[in-house]
Design a protein around this ligand. Structure first.
Ligand SMILES: [Ca+2]
Length: 450
């Protein structure tokens, strides 16, 4: 009898213990996962801060290499140096041991003597900095004036113009609609602009008047549960809501490789001018076709393809160094002049005749001001890896340079906000606001953690 009771209680205890153990193991594992996730997020945030610093030192780097550029071209302006393309190497000492070694090998500097460098073996971060001003900014139509709308219409039509895209505009989309180039271009502009007038999407700048009618109710009539926003896009994904923007359109004109944000074509951030030094060949073709729709490269698919391959080749020669000192340089080059013009001619591209070179200089720039920073914090653990990605968009339009900051704090003025900051409509910003707005590390305008 006693033996049976002992055996029974052993069975009960075993079951109970197994249960307790399973529960505590689960709790422990989830605590570990939570800890790693938090670590990864903070590694990513550190990476964002370091990237902001990297872009902030660009003016100092530019001042340092200026003598070299002056030797090559005494009259030209020294262009912005794309320091952000080298973020991986330059931020190496702050990252894990492997990245620090990479930096030491590149710069011939021993970082092991540095104090508090590196992440102490906790993990690493992976940085990609993307120049948003190298992309077509669909939000410029939100400014509401006819000139901005026309500029966007020209760029969108220029982007979609090449004849090899014809099939994209001849098929029925997911909503059962047929949308040609004009329709999609108008739908994007109508989505963003604040008025209710139907956009003609006319590259010649015809005004949306009462004569062109008001925006229709296409979204309701095809059964979608939303209406036009009549305000700027807050995120890129919102573009998906616009009529005619389906998977094929997205993969061709918006974001061809979602894992490579550098290849993205459109943006909803940006200063509204395209940086011709950093834009890819497809975007440059759109810029050219916006200003010269009758150009050979915009009408002939073979010429368009050779434009893209020639420009890509020329860009690879310079290994990331900027090609154009000013917007004017770009226009001269496309007309067959300058240092690069002859290479285009060798690629079989005839000189482009812009409708208005003066207008062209207003839609392009050689200086980027808005950047996306994608940082993934990685925390390795036994048999698994925790990854958290932060996407931040940083606006440097009002950032003071570090040199100006040093002058302001080292000289008679001790307050950095004493640097006068122009606000909107000719006002001056409140000093407290000015301090935030003019931070040399830029202003964060978008933040997303995944
Ligand atoms: Ca509208």
């Amino acid at each position: 009898m006693a033996l049976v009771m002992v055996l029974l209680s052993i069975v009960v205890l075993t079951v109970y213990l197994t249960e307790v153990q399973a529960e505590s193991t689960t709790a422990f594992t989830s605590a570990l996962a939570e800890r790693d996730r938090l670590r990864a997020e903070y590694l990513a945030t550190s990476g964002v801060n370091l990237s902001r610093m990297l872009v902030a030192v660009e003016p100092s780097v530019r001042a340092m290499v200026e003598p070299m550029f002056k030797l090559l071209n005494p009259k030209g302006r020294t262009p912005q140096i794309p320091v952000w393309e080298f973020s991986d190497q330059v931020l190496g000492p702050f990252n894990d041991a492997a990245a620090a070694e990479g930096f030491s090998a590149l710069a011939n500097v021993d970082t092991s003597a540095g104090e508090n460098l590196g992440l102490g073996g906790l993990g690493r971060f992976e940085v990609t900095i993307v120049d948003e001003d190298s992309k077509i900014d669909v939000n410029i139509a939100a400014r509401g004036d006819i000139i901005s709308r026309t500029r966007l219409a020209q760029q969108l039509l220029g982007l979609m113009a090449p004849p090899q895209y014809n099939p994209l505009f001849e098929q029925e989309d997911l909503d059962g609609q047929y949308s040609d180039r004009q329709t999609i271009c108008a739908a994007m502009i109508d989505w963003v602009d604040s008025d209710q007038d139907r956009e003609p999407c006319d590259p010649r700048g015809a005004q949306a008047t009462s004569g062109s009618g008001s925006e229709d109710n296409v979204y309701q009539s095809i059964g979608l549960p939303y209406m036009r926003k009549n305000a700027a896009f807050d995120s890129l994904e919102e573009l998906r809501l616009v009529r005619g923007v389906g998977d094929d359109f997205w993969a061709t004109f918006v974001d061809p490789e979602p894992n490579k944000p550098k290849s993205r074509v459109m943006t909803v951030w940006g200063q509204g001018r395209i940086n011709v030094n950093t834009a890819n060949a497809q975007t440059l073709l759109a810029v050219v076709c916006a200003g010269a729709p009758e150009a050979e490269v915009c009408l002939d698919p073979i010429k368009a393809a050779s434009f893209i391959s020639t420009v890509t080749l020329v860009k690879s020669f310079t290994a990331g160094a900027p090609l154009f000192g000013s917007p004017k340089d770009f226009i001269v080059t496309m007309q067959g002049g300058g240092m690069v013009g002859p290479y285009l001619a060798m690629g079989g591209i005839s000189p482009v005749k812009f409708r208005s070179p003066a207008e062209m200089t207003k839609i392009i720039t050689t200086e980027s001001k808005v950047f996306s920073v994608y940082v993934t914090g990685v925390v390795p653990a036994q048999g698994r890896e925790t990854r958290v990605t932060v996407h931040a968009v940083i606006d440097y339009r009002r950032a003071v340079t570090l040199a100006d900051m040093a002058r302001a704090t080292g000289g008679a003025t001790t307050d950095p906000s004493a640097i006068s900051v122009p606000g909107l409509n000719g006002t001056t910003l409140d000093p407290a606001m000015a301090r935030i707005a003019t931070s040399p590390a830029g202003t964060v305008v978008y933040w997303r953690t995944e």
